[in-house]
Design a protein around this ligand. Sequence first.
Ligand code: M6R
Length: 608
Amino acid sequence: MCGIVGFAGLRDAAPVLLDGLKKLEYRGYDSAGLAVMKDGTISVTKVSGRIASLCERTDEGRSMPGFTGIGHTRWATHGAPTEENAHPHLSNDGRFAIVHNGIIENYIQLREELIGQGYHFDSETDTEVIVHLLEMYYRGNMRKTLIKVVNRLKGSYALGVLCSDEPEKIYAAREASPLIIGLGLDENYFASDVTALVANTRNVIYMDDGDFAELSGDSVVIFDGTGRTVSKESTRISWDVQAAEKGGFDHFMLKEIMEQPGAVKATIAPRISEGRIVFDEIDISSAELADIRKTVITACGSAYYAGCAGKYALEKLTGIPVETALASELRYSDPLIDEHTLVIVISQSGETADTIAAMKECRARGARVLAIVNVVGSTVAKLADHTVYTWAGPEIAVATTKGYTTQVTVLYMLAVFFGEKLGRVSKKEYDKYMMMIARLPRHIQQAIDMNPLAAALAKKYHSSKALFFIGRNTDYAIALEGALKMKEISYLHAEAYAAGELKHGTIALIEEHTPVIALCCNQKIMEKTLSNIVEVKARGAEVLALTFRDNQKILSEADDLLFIPKVDSIFSAVIEILPLQLLAYYVARENGCDIDKPKNLAKSVTVE
Ligand code: M6R
């Protein structure tokens, strides 16, 4: 939540900062601002609303000349999304400007202390205390001042700072919020995410918690909390700027839906060698695996639903019981987790606060933690015992699509990998599963191609008051994600129900023309779901069924249809979700919603 950028070099900073902020807007889009330094004076421009307004207000940055600067796009936590609460914040003497991503937990005490010292506040934010602390502690040495200030802070922060006494420099600090340094030619940058950097450089340094950085056009110095210089390796980003562009699509979400065959292939391919699954990142011996009594999958939102979908294959092939737990619940649940537990943490961003906290809780109890994560160098990736990257490339739309399918793909591969290591998967089964996994990208493409009518169906269903998603077993797990996609981007009330549960209460809500989206792809349980379809139809529901083309029984009962190719349900989630993603996308489009930036949401949820 919130994105920050910084620039120091030999050209005007504002246009570079605006470009970077546009790339970070998915992180929060309530307000935005820039601070630029010229001739020892800091000028600030802030707007409530989108980066487009900031571009307009600053004439695309031209009205703010100066070679060093910082910028911010906000997802409001403390205080409404007004211009006053927008970052950057200035110190009372105008010497410092700061941008901040994170939460300062002890800001109330600090605010009282600073007011007592005579400082006045212009905003309701937690952030503003930091800039006044800078003014209070400053004695002419920025490094020392920054260290002193962060020692007073409790919480999380990625900070960007300007000091008018050092017109060629920008400073940064990190604790539990992402921050990356970009290394350019005669210019250097920082940003919350590499997407904001790749247009200028692919050479980056991932900052760790407790790191500080001092950047000018020709130097980058990383130092620690004692002021000592720290040497850090730089990393080269493999994907290019097009990966973070819309590439002719109207929305990132549609582009990312269409990228799924490629993303799943990129996730699978490096892990298959001579017909076998190889996870170089996982050094668990068969004996250690045999010592595991249960697996706990923990995550938030869609990543949690990916866990729900993957649980079936994992449990079936490993024979180890699998529990799924929402990270926000697990962290406070005093969980029964010990050294005999394998915890699988799933996160696209790798920065989700609840997920990180749950992960720490599990580690503290002795569990071995395996992370499935998309963003390289993210906090989750760094904290895990074993990190398996999903290689989906940058996901920009707030609603995840390729993030989800690549996460489930990894779970499927882990199921086969662990199952075989444990001696529970025969050679014949192994070969069959390998073939099924290798075919996933093709089947995903077919699921996209089989649903040209998704847009037309959206015209019928977009004005519904509420939509019910029903299914059993794997179909139910996928329904959970289908319903979340629908509600988060179209703002329609959509809920997933285990089809067998309808009669225990929910069916009371079914009335004439209530849309029921019935997932009927799990062949073992299809007859049972069919009975539930008949029951809701008898009460007037309009049924949109998701099934195979030759499934006559379902075809004859349903009012409308979405299709997937015929596949075994053990690995079907990554295929079955496609038509539901498309439906949600087109419904949101019909409703005129801001699909890539749904209201009240942000891509990376770094607050509790
Ligand atoms: O980055 P993460 O995978 O940890 O994010 C978890 C959830 O915040 C995320 O999946 C969220 O539910 C998405 N908006 C769903 O589309």
